[in-house]
Design a protein around this ligand. Structure first.
Ligand code: ADP
Ligand code: MG
Length: 373
């Protein structure tokens, strides 16, 4: 057999009372791979991590880490014997231990000298040597989180689990620590499951992204296909701003009221009502008195201005324009689809009016689901 996988979940399930926190679920992770696990608050992300870490026992299914069974089929390996590092949102450093002592904590079974070496080495990796003798309360939130990361990686675990590790940090710091963390994971070749409720973060860190809802994985794939061709409306709207337009299939062309696009091969021949997903960066605006669309809203976003336009049918599309382009409300214009890739085609609203996906009274324009967790 080839190299064992870093992680294998087979039919893993966990119920709390009658609520399946994690429904029967399969998942694997290759060596050195980073999986971003993203989904709204309460969808089961932390429960899944806790099942992997051994902080919860599955009701069904098996867990293997680096080829070794750790849970299920009568096997149970305690968390401290799973060779897994964990970083939580609230770093949980030992307050009465210095930075160096915190990092040394998990380094059991080494001589004093080897231990000191490993601590120094680990702190150097993340440029924290100068803080070795400080106590946690003498560190900023960002520094505390770096220590937590160092402590988790020092024993050289088979797998690192991160549960919304940087959610408490401000945006600037978060971006920087995230980049450092990813560099460290690449350098050490440590496979990781990175949990976040932030879709942008998931797209940025994951070799693959798993989008979770209500205990299930709705879609699993590389960031680009998850963003560009979401499997359903939930994934479409959770992973970015999305509008939907009815599309009529004529041969291999999808005709919408904002222009025609080439249909993906697997869509050609379908007879059910279809809609294309449109993200704001995929709508081109061209002013013109005979335009059938009209600007009904603008929002300044710094580098960009988000325009909302109403089409002839009354449907709305959002269009992201560079800050140099600002069409005032009321401007007549042409709104046209401009994809750099085959569009995502989803079943039309009329096909099966799924409750979660019904457009609101503003004719197909949807507000975003809550993304805070
Ligand atoms: P997430 O991390 O995605 O926000 P969680 O895994 O924490 O979600 O929770 C998933 C579901 O399981 C939620 O409905 C939550 O209320 C429930 N849950 C989590 N932990 C427990 C617990 N110890 N006892 C009962 N219910 C729980
Ligand atoms: Mg959680």
């Amino acid at each position: 057999m080839s190299q064992p996988r870093a992680l294998e979940l087979d039919g893993v399930r966990k119920d709390y009372g009658t609520v399946p926190a994690v429904a029967t679920l399969d998942l694997h992770l290759d060596e050195g791979e980073v999986l971003a696990l993203v989904g709204p608050s309460g969808c089961g992300k932390s429960t899944l991590l806790r099942l992997i870490a051994g902080l919860e026992e599955p009701d069904a299914g098996t867990v293997r880490i680096a080829g070794r069974p750790v849970a299920g089929d009568g096997v149970w390996r305690a968390p401290e014997r799973r060779d897994v590092g964990i970083v939580f949102q609230d770093h949980a450093l030992f307050p009465h231990l210095t930075v160096a002592e915190n990092v040394a904590f998990g380094l059991t079974g080494l001589s004093g000298g080897r231990r000191r070496e490993r601590v120094a080495e680990a702190l150097a990796m993340i440029a924290m040597e100068r803080l070795a003798d400080r106590y946690p309360h003498e560190l900023s939130g960002g520094e505390q989180q770096r220590v937590a990361l160092t402590r988790a990686l020092a024993p050289r675990p088979e797998l690192l689990l991160l549960d919304e590790p940087f959610s408490n940090l401000d945006r600037h710091l978060r971006t920087q620590i995230r980049a450092d963390t990813m560099e460290l994971l690449r350098k050490t070749g440590t496979p990781a499951v990175f949990v976040t409720h932030d879709q942008a973060e998931a797209l940025a860190v994951g070799d693959r992204v798993a989008v979770m809802r209500a205990g299930r994985i709705e879609q699993l794939g590389a960031p680009e296909p998850v963003f560009h061709t979401p499997a359903n409306r939930f994934v479409a709207t959770f992973m970015g701003d999305a509008d939907f337009l009815p599309a009529e299939l004529t041969g291999d062309t999808l005709v919408t009221e904002a222009g025609s696009v080439r249909a993906p091969d697997d869509v050609v021949g379908r007879v059910d009502p279809l809609e294309v997903m449109v993200r704001p960066h995929e709508v081109v605006l061209r002013p013109g008195e005979n335009g059938t669309a009209r600007v009904v809203g603008t929002e300044f976003q710094g580098g960009f201005i988000l325009h909302t336009v109403m089409l002839h049918s009354g449907r709305r599309l959002r269009s992201l324009q560079p800050h140099t382009t600002h069409y005032p409300i009321g401007t007549r214009l042409h709104a046209e689809l401009s994809y750099g890739h085959p569009p995502a085609v989803l079943p039309g609203q009329d096909a099966g009016r799924a409750g979660d996906a019904a457009p609101d009274a503003t004719n197909g324009y949807r507000t975003e689901p809550a993304r805070q967790g």
